[in-house]
Design a protein around this ligand. Structure first.
Ligand code: NOJ
Length: 561
């Protein structure tokens, strides 16, 4: 039996503040906008809100480049607005999880401004500086956002490391002073009353000493340095120190964003006896529809791969760690466009994916707009896109001779701006997001897809999500039941069970637009059945031995055994 905790029983809602709700007409979402929409979120039923970064930032990477960890970004409002938001959330019984971005800061942070001044500046060692090698960069690592991961700085004739943009220099965690600064700023926010941290690429903070070259692929100028910075040699030591000095003193929830993490690593990060983090965001299921080298190489998803992967994580962490459950976020395309059908079966398939996800073991995360089935967007011109990763990749590929039309297809499928178009509140101009000009255009489908149309409609995706969240509060088995896969080889149906004491949940989802026949395995026994939720009208007493599933149909039964 799993240990019981509030963060296992919670549903988290992620807000990307820039795109959520603008109240002052500057086209950029703000904190007052979030406060204004708290009743909407309470009505949805979520327990925790994760705010993507709201700190002072020059916005090279929309707030993931922080220039002051103790101030609020001007576009988003003031510290007083933030205090008000937190107190209104707590009044409603909701908790707040802040984003902690400490693998890197902004180059406009005071620490970096000092650091770049001279080699003997007290802040020099806050960042990772190296002399050039043979007139070139210190090693061959590629930045996640294209090009070299090193930038030359004339002032001291050295290079600094930036795994992300040139304006996001990596902090040097080998330096105990840096770690102390991080613990202090975490304590600053905890003392203000927050309830948790989502930690940005936290498994990148420990780099292999010597920063060895990566393995260069043929025809490439730079190599992946990932083997030398993902899950590095001191990562567990650093997280245990952080836990001991900060986290263990508060009743909070923590989730570490961890590209490249394996099940075994995740156990080490989240095991109850490890004193590190509560859960991690792993990425394996996000890579199933990509080619071997990069996410822009778009491939169709094979359902059998998804089953195999999710099952590995569900069984792998069972009783020894904890899963986070997500199918989209601010870096990923919209799930309904990516894994299901944003056309004919838009509502059915969005509900099906929600069912599939919320019935798994772990803490579910809803990304803003998912609850109303927001979709990917296709802007005509690259000039309409704002995301630094997308723009850098486009430039690099054009320079390498790839046809722009071909690049646009990858952006339509995988670009991060898919998730960042403004929240669609209603069918007024700009979807009710702003009275000004939105920083990123609104998806033109807001006349059909918007919150106002769905709240209160018994058949809407929003109402369905309300039901999913309510079920979690009523049935412990949804949180703590163990998972087992059924029909591992079925090409279109993903079915599984959850078991707790003498109860079983049977979850049956059709991932295709074809009718699919579900047949209960021969050795499957149960006494009574009760239909808990379904995305089509069905007779709950109908036999479950064989079910003709309609396109993207989803059903969950509660059985006694
Ligand atoms: C992961 C964040 O989710 C993403 O938005 C950001 O660009 C990188 N980390 C760098 O901070």
């Amino acid at each position: 039996m799993e240990n019981k905790t509030w963060w296992k029983e919670s549903v988290v809602y992620q807000i990307y503040p820039r795109s959520f709700k603008d109240t002052n007409g500057d086209g950029i979402g703000d904190l007052k906008g979030i406060t204004e929409k708290l009743d909407y979120l309470k009505d949805l039923g979520v327990d925790v809100i994760w705010l993507s970064p709201v700190y002072e930032s020059p916005n090279d990477d929309n707030g993931y480049d922080i220039s002051n960890y103790r101030e609020i970004m001007k576009e988003f409002g003031t510290m007083a607005d933030w205090d008000e938001l937190l107190s209104h959330m707590h009044d409603r019984g909701m908790k707040l999880m802040m984003d902690l971005v400490v693998n890197h800061s902004s180059d406009e942070h005071e620490w970096f401004q000092q650091s770049r001044k001279s080699k003997d500046n007290p802040y020099r060692d806050y960042y990772i500086w190296r002399p050039g090698k043979d007139g070139k960069e210190p090693n061959n690592w590629e930045s996640v956002f294209s090009g070299s991961a090193w930038k030359y700085d004339e002032q001291t004739d050295e290079y600094f490391l930036h795994l992300f943009s040139k304006k996001q220099p990596d902090l040097n965690w080998e330096n105990p002073q840096v770690r102390q600064e991080v613990y202090d700023l975490m304590t600053f926010w905890l003392k203000k009353g927050i309830d948790g941290f989502r930690m940005d690429v936290i498994n990148f903070i420990s780099k292999v000493p010597g920063l060895p070259d990566g393995e260069l692929q043929e025809g490439k100028k730079y190599a992946s340095g990932a083997p030398y910075y993902m899950n590095g040699p001191r990562i567990h030591e650093f997280l245990q120190e952080m836990n001991q000095q900060v986290l263990s003193k508060y009743d909070i929830m923590t989730v570490g964003e961890m590209p490249g993490v394996t099940v075994d690593e995740a156990k080490a990060y989240t095991g109850a006896d490890r004193n590190e983090l509560n859960m991690v965001f792993q990425f394996e299921h996000m890579d199933l529809d990509s080619g071997p080298t990069e996410k822009w190489d778009v491939r169709p998803l094979n359902l059998l791969d998804l089953k195999q992967n999710i099952t590995k994580w569900q069984k792998g962490l069972e009783g020894s760690g904890w899963n986070s459950l997500y199918l989209n976020n601010h870096d990923q395309p919209r799930m309904v466009s990516r894994f299901a059908d944003d056309g004919e079966y838009w509502a059915e398939s969005a509900k099906m994916l929600g069912t599939f996800l919320h019935m798994l073991q772990g803490t579910p995360y809803i990304y803003q707009g998912e609850e109303i089935g927001m979709t990917n967007v296709q802007f005509d011109s690259i000039d309409d896109y704002k995301d630094i990763e997308t723009l850098n990749m486009y430039k690099e590929k054009v320079e390498a001779g790839v046809e722009p039309e071909q690049i646009m297809q990858s952006i339509y499928a995988k670009g991060r701006d898919n998730a960042r178009t403004p929240m669609q509140w209603d069918d007024s101009e700009n979807a009710g997001f702003t009275t000004g000009t939105p920083w990123l255009s609104v998806n033109p489908n807001y006349h059909e897809i918007n919150a106002a149309k769905q709240v209160g409609d018994p058949n809407s995706i929003f109402t369905y999500y309300q039901q999913l969240i309510k079920l979690r509060k009523q049935h412990e088995i949804m949180v703590y039941g163990t998972y087992d896969l059924l029909l591992p080889e079925h090409p279109t149906i993903y079915a599984y069970t959850r078991i707790l004491d003498n109860e079983k949940l049977l979850v049956v989802t059709n991932f295709s637009k074809e009718t699919s026949l579900f047949e209960l395995p021969k050795d499957f026994s149960y006494k009574t059945q009760e239909l808990l939720i379904s995305n089509y009208q069905v007779d709950g007493n109908e036999s479950i031995e064989k079910i003709e599933l309609k396109p993207y149909e989803a059903r969950v039964y509660r059985l006694t055994i």
